[in-house]
Design a protein around this ligand. Structure first.
Ligand SMILES: NC(=O)c1ccc[n+]([C@@H]2O[C@H](COP(=O)([O-])OP(=O)(O)OC[C@H]3O[C@@H](n4cnc5c(N)ncnc54)[C@H](O)[C@@H]3O)[C@@H](O)[C@H]2O)c1
Length: 361
């Protein structure tokens, strides 16, 4: 009996392996065919498209570029009420149906409330463009001191994606049709000093969407839900600190920041081609592959030479180890900090004191 079941599972495995090899060939053939004979860009006419973070930057440009190409209903969510109303006004002036909603994505209750209103006022959302995000550049250890920033980043950049998709995916599954667009970042597959929480959130949301795709691929009803994930490089917007110069590059001939309109063009074209991944600019796909093959020390040195970095005062490194932690801004649930005898809050340093390395030693 044992031998028979072993033979059976070996034969079954070999058959499945053969099917897998055929499938791999078919996928590569399809990629080659699409490369040689690019399909027509899909029309976005009659779609109901939700864009989060529509009031400014990339989101605003995506809304304007979609509006210029299709007869759509655009649902605009943003915490920036005036910016959102301003965009809706611009869209209505060019004859596009725009529905602005004031939503704070860090509040799950507001997401649920707004989604309910959208279903009543506009109808079922057929495409979600999850674009809103925040960042607060700071050293890793500061995020332990200021967990509020860390929480806002993860609530906006990761949790909100889950809740928004959770609201609209069921109807897409019922209709067996939909498109989920995620504005991730080059930071979804690379790293940047002093942006650990932001980069962590962008890795997180990328992994979340990939796992959702895996899950839907196993859905026996085979819904036709498309996914597009965009990975923009640094772009001139409020988020990139363009206005307060937090980001610096060492040489003017290294990779320059992108314009929001250029990134939006990559994203809208990617959506219309049903592309799974959109690298902005496109050659970052090659750089990502090359970087994954190189030793990390080389990649780190190349990034210092060629890309933007968060500028930080060097004295931070000398003081961080010995500076006692202040009381957290958001009180942590437990354990409460023990009051010291003199009445002030007492915290242990996160790392033991250390001596700065002298140049040349
Ligand atoms: N700017 C860059 O360098 C860069 C690089 C790679 C990826 N991206 C990604 O592009 C996307 C758009 O960013 P951007 O550069 O246009 O920044 P941006 O700051 O101009 O736009 C972000 C929008 O999100 C909104 N928003 C923020 N928090 C919100 C909340 N809690 N609720 C509702 N709305 C909220 C803001 O009001 C703003 O309108 C983000 O996902 C970002 O991570 C940006």
């Amino acid at each position: 009996m044992g031998v028979i079941s072993l033979v059976y599972s070996v034969i079954s495995f070999l058959l499945e392996l053969w099917v897998f090899i055929l499938f791999t060939g078919q996928v590569f053939f399809e990629i080659l065919y699409k490369f040689l004979f690019p399909p027509e860009l899909k029309s976005l006419d009659d779609e109901v498209i939700l864009i989060t973070g529509a009031a400014s930057g990339i989101g605003r440009q995506v809304a304007l570029q979609i509006a210029a190409k299709a007869r759509v209903k655009l649902v605009l969510w943003d915490v920036d009420k005036n910016g959102n109303l301003d965009l809706a006004g611009d869209l209505k002036r060019i004859g596009v149906e725009a529905f602005p909603y004031h939503v704070d994505l860090t509040q799950r209750s507001q997401i649920i409330e707004a989604a309910t209103k959208v279903r009543q006022d506009v109808g079922d959302v057929s495409m979600i463009i999850n674009n809103a995000a925040v960042t607060y550049p700071q050293p890793f250890l500061e995020s332990s001191r200021k967990p509020r920033n860390l929480e806002l980043i993860f609530k906006t950049n990761v949790f909100a994606h889950q809740y928004i998709i959770g609201e609209f995916l069921p109807k897409m599954l019922e209709n067996r049709k939909g498109h989920i667009v995620t504005v991730a970042s080059v930071g979804s597959f690379s790293s940047t000093a002093f942006l650990a929480d932001y980069v962590g959130s962008k890795h997180g949301v990328h992994g979340m969407i990939e796992s959702l795709k895996d899950e839907l691929a196993r859905d026996p009803f085979q819904p036709d839900i498309k996914f597009t994930t965009a990975f923009p490089y640094f772009t001139k917007s409020n988020l990139s600190g363009y206005n307060n110069s937090t980001l610096v590059r060492r040489y003017p001939f290294s990779f320059p920041m992108l314009e929001t309109s250029a990134v939006a063009r990559y994203i809208v074209n990617g959506i219309r081609q049903n592309k799974e991944f959109v690298y902005c600019p496109g050659y970052f796909r090659v750089l990502a592959v090359v970087a994954s093959l190189l030793p990390s020390k080389i990649v780190r040195a190349a990034k210092r030479l060629l890309t933007y970095e968060v500028e930080l005062d060097r004295t931070y490194f000398e003081s961080i180890a010995t500076t006692p932690l202040p009381a957290p801004i958001t009180p942590l649930p437990s354990p409460p900090p023990a009051p010291a005898k003199n009445g002030t809050l007492k915290h242990k340093p996160l790392v033991p004191p250390r001596v700065p390395v002298q140049p040349g030693s």
